[in-house]
Structures are given as C-alpha cells and as structure tokens.
Design a protein around this ligand. Structure first.
Ligand SMILES: *Cc1c(COP(=O)(O)O)cnc(C)c1O
Length: 430
C-alpha cells in the first residue's frame, strides 16, 4: 500500500494485517503457539541479543498480537505499540518501566476507579510519590510538579463528571518540565480523539472496552509517539546501560523505538502480562467496525442524554456533548465527532432511587463494564464504590443517586423506553 494516505476507516480494516503469505488466508490467523523454531544457532543468538527483531517466545511477541499492535499504533498515530493482558497491565508496565523509588507522578483525580487503586497502593508500596489534581485546573497541575516528577497522567474523558482534558496545554506543561505526558484514551478511542496529535507522548487503552467493542476479551495496549527525549538526563532508566539486558542502552540503540523496546523486551518479558493470540484476534476484529460502532454509540448517547436532561425526575446529566456543558470549547477542539457513550446522571432519591431504577430496567445490563455494543448500567454507590462513606463518595464526585450508563448500539427509542421504566419505578417508590 504505497503513495496514498488511507482514511481512518480503511486503516481500521487493513492496518497491521495482510493476506497470510503461506496459506492465503484473508482473515487474521490466530498463531496459537508459545514459541518459534530458529533457523540456526546464529540467528537464535541474534534474536536474543536484539540484533535482529524476530519471534522467540509469545510472552514477548506473537504474530497475531503484533497485527493488533500495529493496527492500534497506526490509528493513534504512534511509532509502535505493545499489547498487554489488560488495560491495567498496560498501565502498570509503563509505571514499572519509567519509575523508581522517590520519583513523583502527577495525575488527574477524575479517573477509572481501578486506576486510582493501582496508583495509590502499588505506587505507594514502591515509594513513588503521587499527587491527584483537578484535571480542569491548570494552576493545580503546575503547582503539583516537582523536580522529582517523571510522569503526568489523565484520561481524555474523565470519570464520573465527563471532564474533557485540555491535552495540548497539559502536554506543553509536561514538556516544559522535561516530563512525558500519558493519556488513557479508552473512552474516546482514536476514532474520536488522537491525543498524540495534540502533544501527548504515550497513549494507553483498555482494549477491553470500545476497541474490542463486544465485551468478550480483556486487553490493553501502550502506544508511543516516539519523540520524547529519554536522554535528557532525567530518565537513566531508559537511557543508561541496562543491567537487565547485558548493558544495552535502549534509547541510544533503538532511537524512536527505545521506550517501546524497553517496555517489551524487559518489562513485558519480566512482568509476563502478555495478551493471548485469541484475544488479539477478537480485539483486532472488533477494531474493524470501530468507526461504525462509535458513530452509533455517540448518536445514541446524545439522544439519551437529551432525553434524561428533560426529565423532572433527573437532577444532573454529566454528558459533555450537551449544549449546556461547560466543556463545549474543549469538545469543539478535541472531540468534534462526539464525546463517547459513557456518562453519569443523578437521581434525587439517593440509594433507594438508584436501586429501584436499576431493578426496573430490562434491556440495559446491570454490570461493571463499559464500551460494549450492548447498553450497560451501574449504580456506583451500591457496587463499585460500596465501601465509601457518603462523604468519600462526594469527594469522588459521586452522589448516592448517581447512575452510570454505557450506551450501546441498539435502537435509541428502545433505550429510552427502558430508561422510562426505571424513572417510573423511582416515582412509584418515592
Ligand atoms: C476498564 C478501564 C481500565 C482498566 O482496563 P482493564 O482492561 O479492565 O484492565 C482503565 N482505564 C479505563 C478508562 C477503563 O475504562
């Protein structure tokens, strides 16, 4: 495929895979193998020295997983990608690659709950310091940065308030301090926003969600833009001779691929959270319909958000696509095609209303996931955030009557019919 910049939809179908040269198979083959035969001892040695790039063992690389990685890297506009067994595995691999005891991370406070736990407890145990800041407050980001800061982190669309990140401004701040900026782009997907185009250095995904799109497979992926200067004196972990790889200097040796090579051949090799070839197949196939699905997800979510905000029994709809949203200017800049399909709204009747609402729904599935083709619902106060007091909930931006929706690709009038059943149940129970 030369001499043409193919469009996004074309690349979702073709990037990373071509007809299998040995069998002619048109679909992506599932290379369900742990290991690969070497041609001879010399080429085996070259692979293990990283003098040649080739398959050795599927904990480090696999051809089906490689097709998935190349597809995501292409769509996000990165130089490459490394896949992991889950989104949290992908994030932790970046943290383990970059951070040492005494280092400091500044992160948005509007995050997926599992990420908050990972950051607080795993990083805390490793003596990495952490500051959570309001993602909308540039002064707070600036004030939190210290000489030890080695990473800034946030989500494109934050949880549960639907905050839209000013990616360009935070990337600039990070670079003014010789620090990389990592963005979790799970809720937006590269169809709606490409953070690397706005200056972010690293993108992570829970591919479990919209990329796969059908709630079948866990997966995560890290994409690198490739031009952060790891040799700026602040990242000896990437630039200096590595004791875990016979003194190899990853940045000097591999240039724009230095960080990803380190992430793959050391961190993935040593932590072992590899993506399975079967999951890579399902996730790569899911991406083939990403533009079609995202258009329907976004359109349905908009209709549902507008319906909910017109209901007297609903107090707040935190959907950044609404005309009343304070995020309008940022939406127009970063997410002109839509703000995704996951958002929260509040029922005034607290925990009791939340339960009544969820019990009455028949089409929405009550479960702890997002980004499925099927519509999903959860009441955080009685499930994911059950351990928190009302006060702690409020600090996390969650009310006792907050409901989170992940809008699927069904007919939107059926979704509204179902939500009306929930609202009627709150009414009759209050
Ligand atoms: C689900 C999710 C994660 C974690 O991904 P897993 O694949 O469940 O490990 C991280 N960030 C966001 C925004 C998510 O929705």
């Amino acid at each position: 495929m030369k001499d043409r910049d193919f469009g996004f939809a074309t690349r979702t179908v073709h990037a990373g895979s071509r007809p299998d040269p040995t069998t002619g198979a048109r679909a992506l083959p599932i290379y369900q193998t742990t290991s690969y035969v070497f041609e001879d001892t010399e080429s085996a040695a070259a692979y293990f020295n990283l003098q040649e790039y080739g398959n050795t063992y599927s904990r480090i690389m696999n051809p089906t997983v490689a097709a998935f990685e190349e597809r995501v890297a292409n769509l996000e506009g990165g130089v490459g990608a490394v896949a992991f067994a889950s989104g949290l595995a992908a994030q932790s691999a970046v943290l383990f690659t970059l951070l040492r005891p005494g280092d400091h991370v500044v992160t948005s406070s509007a995050l997926y709950g599992g990420t908050v736990t990972q950051f607080k407890h795993v990083l805390g145990k490793l003596s990495v310091k952490l500051d959570f800041v309001d993602p909308d407050d540039m002064d707070a980001w600036r004030a939190a940065i210290s000489p030890d800061t080695k990473l800034l982190f946030a989500e494109t669309i934050g949880n549960p308030g639907g905050n839209i990140l000013d990616i360009e401004a935070i990337a600039k701040l990070a670079h003014d301090h010789d620090c990389p900026f990592m963005v979790d782009n799970t809720f937006a997907t590269p169809y709606l926003c490409r953070p690397l185009d706005w200056g972010a250095d690293i993108v992570v995904h829970s591919a479990t969600k919209f990329l796969g799109g059908h709630g079948t497979s866990l997966g995560g992926v890290v994409v690198d833009r490739g031009d952060f200067d790891w040799s700026n004196g602040r990242f000896p972990v990437v630039a200096d001779p590595s004791p875990a790889y016979h003194g190899l200097q990853f940045h000097e040796t591999f240039g724009v691929y230095g960080f990803l090579m380190k992430l793959r051949t050391e961190t993935l090799r040593d932590l072992g959270a590899a993506m399975s070839p079967f999951n890579a197949f399902l996730l790569a196939q899911g991406i083939e319909t990403l533009p079609l699905r995202m258009r329907q997800h976004v359109a349905n979510a908009q209709v549902v958000a507008e319906f909910l905000s017109a209901q007297p029994g609903v107090v707040k709809v935190a959907h950044p696509g609404l005309a009343t949203s304070i995020y309008r200017p940022l939406v127009e800049k970063y997410l002109p095609e839509g703000t995704g399909a996951v958002f929260c709204f509040d029922l005034p009747g607290g925990r009791q209303a939340g339960s009544s609402f969820i019990e009455a729904l028949t089409l929405f599935s009550h479960l702890a996931n997002v980004g499925d083709a099927k519509s999903l619902v959860i009441h955080p106060a009685s499930t994911t955030h059950r351990q928190l007091s009302d006060e702690e909930l409020a600090r996390a931006g969650i009310a006792t009557g907050t409901i989170r929706l992940s809008i699927g690709i069904e007919d939107s009038n059926d979704l509204i019919w179902d939500l009306q059943q929930g609202l009627d149940a709150c009414e009759s129970n209050s």
